[in-house]
Design a protein around this ligand. Structure first.
Ligand code: PNS
Length: 163
């Protein structure tokens, strides 16, 4: 049994994240989506609190029986050890992701060299997609249809009072 962790802030989950989770589930026996509380992210903190993010991801992944969703508020490698998982899977979009992802992978390697970080290339359709862009579009009342799962679209509309 090989268990993989797909970690992230997921504020909110996008179809790009879902694609990575789905592809990881084809490779590994079990996939745990690990939602980082990330209270300090973006200065003001995440748009959705961690319970909301877990719920949105759980709804969007309920048809994958290999996939579970959990939150964590400690080091990712500590969470991975608690889960008895030794693979971290991250999506990689354009070259702009590389530096940050490379740094995180190197630090995680320093902290726990038995835990491997694997990268899955984002599909070409999702190369441009990010949670921050989704938040910005939704904040200004634009349509995020096709960029996020349906439940997230609804949650964004109610968060920003657009309907
Ligand atoms: O969605 P993101 O911003 O790419 O996810 C980043 C995340 C949550 C994976 C990263 O910030 C993280 O692992 N946070 C937990 C704290 C930690 O372990 N930090 C040290 C690794 S650099």
């Amino acid at each position: 049994m090989t268990k993989a962790i797909v970690p992230g802030t997921f504020d909110p989950i996008t179809v790009g994240h879902l694609d990575v989770i789905e592809r990881a589930a084809k490779i590994f026996d079990e996939v745990v989506v690990a939602v980082a509380a990330s209270p300090d992210k973006n200065g003001t903190g995440p748009l959705f609190n961690v319970q909301e993010r877990v719920e949105l991801i759980s709804t969007a992944t309920k048809h994958f029986d290999k996939v579970s969703v959990k939150s964590f508020d400690n080091l990712l490698v500590t969470f991975a050890r608690e889960e008895n998982a030794n693979v971290l899977v991250k999506g990689l979009r354009a070259i702009t992701d590389f530096e940050n992802e490379f740094q995180m992978a190197a630090l995680n390697w320093k902290l726990a060299s038995s835990i491997e970080t694997l990268f899955i290339m984002a599909s070409p359709d999702n190369m441009f997609l990010s949670s921050s862009a989704v938040r910005e579009i939704a904040r200004h009342g634009g349509s995020v249809s096709g960029l996020v799962p349906e439940g997230v679209e609804v949650a964004l509309r109610s968060k920003f009072g657009h309907g």
